[in-house]
Write a protein that binds this ligand. Sequence first.
Ligand SMILES: C[S@@+](CC[C@H](N)C(=O)[O-])C[C@H]1O[C@@H](n2cnc3c(N)ncnc32)[C@H](O)[C@@H]1O
Length: 281
Amino acid sequence: MQHTALTRRIAASPLAPLATFPIRLAAAARHNAHAVKQTASWLVRSREHVHYTYDLEPLNLEHLSWFVATSTGTPVDEIRGYLAEVQQDEQLRRLVAAGLARSERNATTDPVVRYGRRIGWYAFVRALRPGFVVETGTNRGLGSAVIAAALLRNGGGRLATVDVDDRAGELIVPPYDKVVDHVIGDSLEFLAGPVARQQPIDLLFVDTGWTPEHERAELAAATPLLSPRAVVLATKTYCWSELPRWAEDNRREFLHFSEKPRDHWYRGVGIGASFPALVRA
Ligand SMILES: C[S@@+](CC[C@H](N)C(=O)[O-])C[C@H]1O[C@@H](n2cnc3c(N)ncnc32)[C@H](O)[C@@H]1O
């Protein structure tokens, strides 16, 4: 009580900014000390210098469950089950770990499997049971392997993925390669070609992350290829507005999920989701 009265008196005084300086300094110092500790631990235990991998905070996983549930119209408990399923998939974990260990880039990758937001991608595939999935930006193939594992669990569906880097896709190993068409080339050429047009796209992952202009061009090229129930996901919605703008232009819904990495200094990226318009009362 006394403390509240004192705090009020300080706040009303013209010297308020000066008087609260030590409290504010201590709060910022505590926050920064935590970040420095996490950074120091990461510098020692990790070799990654790009495409950081991490797990998500437990509360962030709960938010991810609700995000996927809302975007797909699926009960949240079912989505929680899919997040648990992929995290407990020992075959996927073993095959990805083996792929990372033999990677020619293993000097700059960690031989530890950390899916981050991709477990949300898995839940999208399990919940929507898409016949055809397209991913732009394969990179090592971590997302592709996760998507393929979900398609195999669904018992149907194919993934077509493209990357301009000819080293991409090293994690698309058997049995995942059975359901994946892996193309090396530019994503816009790919979206104009036969592999991306083999059937209507039910789920599109826009993940080249190159420039906003490139993402806009990818969305424009993919629009006529989408099935009526298609869901479109993008990673860069944390830093640019291409997907929400496209959603509005196409009278669709949009939501964004922000990652909170566990034990990592990196602030994380996210998942933007655009899905067919809800019928509003
Ligand atoms: C963020 S990474 C993709 C991550 C991946 N989806 C995953 O799950 O780990 C982006 C990738 O897009 C690729 N890329 C960038 N521009 C491209 C383009 N114009 N066409 C195809 N791939 C491109 C890069 O080579 C890079 O591997």
